[in-house]
Structure formats: C-alpha cells, structure tokens
Design a protein around this ligand. Structure first.
Ligand SMILES: Nc1ncnc2c1ncn2[C@@H]1O[C@H](COP(=O)(O)OP(=O)(O)OP(=O)(O)O)[C@@H](O)[C@H]1O
Ligand SMILES: [Mg+2]
Length: 300
C-alpha cells in the first residue's frame, strides 16, 4: 500500500437486501486513489457508481471487502466515527446540490452554515472559497438570484467549508449544459491545485474524460478498465482544450487486473470472438503476450 493512496478499496462488496430480493451492487470492486488526484468513475446506469461513492463517503456500510480512506478502516467504524468522518474528511456535491442550499440566504451565508454547525467560523476562508469558485462578485446575492451553474459552484464551496480532504461528486454536471459542465470541471481542477484535495467524480458522461487525468470504468459493480491521460497532454488537455482532446487519443487505456489476476474483457471484444456465448476461453502465453481465443475457434 503506497502512503500516497488516500483511498484504498479491495474486493468491495455491497448487497442491498429487501424483503424478497438481494441486489449485488458491488461485486468485488478494487480502486486506489492517490492524494491530490482527480478521478472520474464512469459506467452505465445501475453499474454501482453511486453505491461506491456512498461507501467512500460513509453514508452506507459495505457488506464485505476492505475500504480504507485517509488511513481509516471504514468497515470497523462506529456510528460516532461515521459522524466525525463525514464532518472532517469528506465533502459531498450532488447533481442538484443547490437544492440543499438555502435560497433566501446569500452565497456567503450559505458557505458559512457548515462552519457555524462545526463551530469553526472563518470569514477569510469563505472569501477565499468564493474566489476559488469564481464568484467573489456574487457573495452578497441571494442564492435564488444565481444561475444553476453558479448555484452548483456555491454548493462546491459549501462542501469545502470545513476543509475536507476528499470531495465526492455524484453527477455534479448532470443538470447543466456542456459549457457550464466544463466550467465546473475547471473549478474542480483549480480547487485541487490550490488546496491539494482529492476529488472523485461519478458520472455517465464520457465528455468528462477530456477534463481529468484518470477515468475508471465500472461494469456490473466491478472496476473494468482505466483511461490514464498521456503525459504529453497533461498541460493543454487540462487547460480545457476539449476540442483538441476530442479529435485525438489523449488517454492510454488499460484493463484492470485485480490481485488474483482476474480481468474483465471489454464487452465488445468478448462478443467479437464469441466468448459471450461459449462462457469459456482458451488462454495461451506467447512471449510477452497472452492470447485469448474462443474454444470453438480452436476446434475448427
Ligand atoms: N438502497 C437500495 N436498495 C436496493 N437496491 C439498490 C439501492 N441503491 C441502489 N440499488 C441497486 O444497486 C445497483 C447499483 O445502483 P447505483 O445507484 O449504485 O447505480 P449507478 O451506477 O449510480 O446508476 P445511475 O447512473 O443510474 O445513477 C442497482 O441495481 C440499483 O437498483
Ligand atoms: Mg447514481
């Protein structure tokens, strides 16, 4: 385990049990996030993204596996540990975070509320946060006087009021247009650069990959592949040159291999050679390569 890893997840399992059914929402998921990293988790609806984020955020308890955040073992947490953790370690932003803000209070006053609740009021930090999200000039406006994108930026500042180490965002750009989404992602990068916080963004929007260094795909409750931004793109792709990023391959793509050697083949690859039908594959080592074939191909 590297000391730089602020989130270390291994074999995480979450089963939701209701009266007569059980849903296996996470099926042995692995993920590591370095301190100061911005990671996007993408996956189709129902793949387990929100479940994962809620586990990292201490909103719900995993069924099995291990989950360490900032050196703390969340599976051994008491209810009191969860309260402290949610107050000190993580901040949350949702698709409609603005709904959790108070419309008749000003931008400044909204950011102040979590500080009042924790007893650590810091007016110069509120001004700094307003500046970091680019809304210093709107500090005395009521929330209801701000646009949706501006409200979301205030929601981000509010989530950071108590200086959490990790910001968790579930579809933070889901309710805004593409341009505003780009602006919000710029705000995330700016905050990471200034505060050194770690940010995990959950989305089903592939466009986000142009704005972050690492994209992790989840399929059926398991991490299946990763896109890592190429070194030569670190500068300009991160400066919001989405047009350029869209026309070129800016990321290296990897399939995740867990510590038992298991990997999930991209669905279209498995289908292309008929593995989805046979349910078995032949694997051969060929020098530095591993060749996977469908059993039928072999017999022909
Ligand atoms: N509280 C719950 N009780 C029972 N099942 C749940 C609960 N929450 C989520 N699930 C189920 O767990 C699976 C994963 O759900 P989750 O919300 O994590 O998906 P998601 O990737 O966030 O999807 P979306 O993109 O639609 O938000 C789904 O099959 C969902 O129906
Ligand atoms: Mg979700």
């Amino acid at each position: 385990m590297s000391v730089e890893d602020i989130i270390v997840i291994e074999e995480l399992v979450k089963i939701y049990k209701s009266k007569d059914i059980e849903v296996l929402a996470l099926q042995g998921l692995d993920l590591r996030v370095k301190k100061g990293e911005i990671v996007a988790i993408i996956g189709s609806s129902g793949s387990g993204k929100s479940t994962l984020l809620n586990m990292i955020g201490g909103l719900d308890k995993p069924s099995a596996g291990s989950l360490f955040v900032d050196g703390k073992d969340l599976l051994s947490f008491t209810p009191k540990d969860f309260i402290e953790y949610k107050r000190d370690t993580v901040g949350f932003v949702w698709q409609n975070s603005a709904r959790n803000l108070i419309p008749y209070l000003t931008a400044y006053e909204n950011i102040e509320i979590p500080m009042i609740l924790s007893g650590k009021k810091d007016s110069s930090y509120i001004l700094e946060l307003l500046e970091m999200v680019g809304l210093s000039h709107r500090k005395n406006n009521k929330l209801s006087e701000l646009s949706g994108g501006e409200q979301q930026r205030i929601a981000i500042a509010t989530a950071l009021a108590n200086k959490p180490k990790i910001l968790l965002a579930d579809e933070p750009t889901g309710a805004v247009d593409t341009k505003t989404a780009g602006m919000i992602l710029d705000v995330f990068r700016n905050l990471r650069d200034r505060l050194g916080i770690t940010i995990v963004i959950v989305t089903h929007d592939n466009m986000i990959s142009n704005h972050v260094e690492r994209v992790v795909s989840i399929r059926d409750g398991k991490t299946s592949s990763e896109l890592i931004l190429k070194e030569e793109y670190r500068d300009f792709a991160l400066q919001n040159k989405a047009e350029r990023a869209a026309s070129e391959k800016t990321h290296n793509e990897f399939v995740v291999v867990d510590r038992y050697g298991r990997l999930q083949l991209p669905k279209n690859f498995a289908e292309a050679i008929g593995l989805d039908k046979s349910g078995k594959a032949r694997v051969e080592l060929n020098g530095a390569r591993i060749i996977i074939t469908a059993p039928e191909t072999e017999e022909n």
